[in-house]
Design a protein around this ligand. Structure first.
Ligand SMILES: Cc1cc2nc3c(=O)[nH]c(=O)nc-3n(C[C@H](O)[C@H](O)[C@H](O)COP(=O)(O)OP(=O)(O)OC[C@H]3O[C@@H](n4cnc5c(N)ncnc54)[C@H](O)[C@@H]3O)c2cc1C
Ligand code: FES
Ligand code: FES
Length: 479
């Protein structure tokens, strides 16, 4: 790995990072260096006050500004990259998104405003400004109506004239490819290799190293729990982990592909994945979070494992001993425990796209029950797949849940019962006792065990009703 000078570009000014620990959050670095326009609300990715725009590469290699939560990003992850903060927007005039917020009265105390502005800024150059652009931003005083009006004004502006200014010039000239990096000289070391073989070598040299992809889980450990990691190995620059391949029979998703890219590239392939990604966190988090991280963190309430379990996904693991394929159902071993061996990582996830032999139709959908719509942790997440023959008999069923056991899990006995049965409300009623007994959920501050058990049953019934009504669901609102 070539040693690069450690710098960061903020609003076009390059700063030296040599004296800064790689696990300092970008937000703290901004504040320490006097850039206090970016605000800290929650410090854990929930409020969006700390939103900045990071120059990133899209799937086709072009440059794009993406909104991200600076409170979750260790500065090692953005070393040698370009950041735009709220201070960089206005020249002699306000930026169009700032002007829109002023015009609609979108700000009162103003604490949330820099975050909203930066989310709108990224959306403005992405060409699409809708509610999704600001779903990760909270405001306590203005109320969302004027902010949504500001977003509508920006949309109108883009429709009238495509953005053409110093930021579009920068995008056209930028090379957003991530250079390999060694961020050393501190008690914490941060590596950003470009090759998978280098990741494996580093894991061999540093057996206690921690992998970091988007850092939306690890970032919390750094910012909230004040954890330190002596060696972090970033997967963000490893091209091999950042590809999506589609074949006749399956889709293979690289472990380090950001969820927002999966959302765009695989839209329409798996209804349950579309649905769950829509409700997953907010765009600032989806721009960084990865599938490898969601599985690797092994949370019992991770939202994507139920979706992948319902689709019979297989993990492609790689380590110093070589590669191996492991069905996801065999990966989770216990609370936050996985089958990953020392020195091993998730390279990609293969999701079959073919139906069971003799099946003519597939019903597939997912459900997330949380305290609020977006940007919330699930109380229960569920995903269902049912393959049917031409007489509507069930040839294959997968009923997968999160939030009801120590690991994301399938209701195996219920699945077995469904085989060969007609896909009718009567069958759904007959399977209910098996679903009721399938798990022994816990009570916690989000929901009681009783409530969770009810959800296990009722969500499956809802799935049947939604599918018989044409495959849609109430409140379903994909763009
Ligand atoms: C505000 C907020 C909202 C959130 N909302 C949701 C939500 O709605 N649903 C949900 O499920 N989660 C949610 N999360 C949690 C988190 O975003 C997800 O778990 C995310 O997918 C983690 O991916 P990452 O790339 O950021 O992981 P990281 O934080 O980089 O890593 C997480 C763990 O996985 C390991 N890891 C990463 N990549 C690999 C790999 N390739 N192989 C092996 N191990 C690996 C890391 O070592 C680490 O232990 C939220 C988090 C925040 C901060
Ligand atoms: S400070 Fe709230 S999301 Fe970062
Ligand atoms: S204007 Fe005060 S928090 Fe939004």
């Amino acid at each position: 790995m070539v040693e690069q000078p450690l710098t960061i570009s903020i609003n076009g000014q390059t700063a030296d990072l040599t004296a800064v620990s790689p696990i300092t959050t970008l937000l703290h670095y901004l504040h320490q260096s006097g850039r206090t326009g970016t605000k800290e609300g929650c410090g854990d990715g929930d409020c969006g006050a700390c939103t900045v725009a990071v120059l990133c590469s899209t799937a086709d290699g072009t440059a794009q500004y993406q909104a991200m939560n600076s409170c979750l990003i260790p500065i090692g992850s953005v070393a040698n990259r370009e950041i735009i903060t709220v201070e960089g927007l206005a020249d002699e005039h306000l930026h169009p998104v700032q002007a829109a917020m002023v015009q609609t009265g979108g700000s009162q105390c103003g604490y949330c405003t820099p975050g909203f502005i930066m989310s709108l800024f990224a959306a403005y150059y992405g060409g699409k400004v809708d509610d999704t652009a600001v779903e990760g931003n909270l405001c306590r005083c203005t109320g969302y109506l004027p902010i949504r009006k500001a977003a509508a004004l920006v949309t109108q502006k883009i429709a009238e004239t495509k953005p053409c200014d110093r930021f579009t010039e920068k995008l056209a000239a930028a090379d957003p490819a991530l250079e390999p990096l060694q961020y050393l000289g501190h008690p914490e070391q941060f590596y950003r290799p470009a090759q998978l073989s280098e990741v494996l070598d580093l894991l061999h040299q540093h057996p206690n190293a921690k992998l970091i992809a988007g850092g939306t889980d690890l970032g919390l450990e750094i910012s909230h729990q004040r954890q330190t990691f002596p060696v972090l190995i970033s997967l963000e620059g490893v091209t091999d982990l950042k590809q999506i391949h589609r074949s006749e029979t399956a889709v293979e998703i690289g472990a380090a592909v950001p969820l927002s890219q999966i959302q765009t590239e695989l839209r329409g392939v798996f209804p349950s994945l579309d649905e769950m990604l829509f409700w997953f966190a907010a765009c600032q988090v989806r721009n960084r979070a990865t599938l490898g991280g969601n599985i690797g963190t092994a949370s019992p309430i991770g939202d994507l494992p139920p979706v992948l379990l319902s689709l019979d996904a297989v993990l492609n693991l790689v380590g110093s001993q070589g590669t191996r394929r492991l069905p996801l159902v065999d990966f989770f071993k216990g609370y936050r425990q996985t089958d990953l061996q020392p020195g091993e990582l998730i390279r990609s996830i293969t999701v079959p796209t073919t139906l069971t032999p003799d099946a003519v139709r597939r019903d597939n959908q997912s459900y997330k029950i949380g305290k609020r719509g977006t940007d919330d942790i699930s109380i229960v997440a569920a995903a269902f797949t049912v393959d049917l023959d031409n007489a509507d008999r069930i040839l294959h069923g997968r009923l997968a849940y999160g939030g009801v056991a120590a690991i994301p899990a399938r209701a195996i006995a219920a699945e077995a019962f469904l085989l060969g049965k007609p896909w009718t409300i009567e069958t759904v009623r007959q399977v209910k006792p098996l679903l009721q007994q399938a798990f022994t959920p816990l009570t916690d501050l989000r929901g009681s065990a009783h409530y969770r058990s009810k959800l296990v049953v009722n969500l499956f019934e809802k799935f049947f009703v939604d599918m018989s009504e044409g495959g849609d669901r109430n409140g379903h609102r994909h763009p």
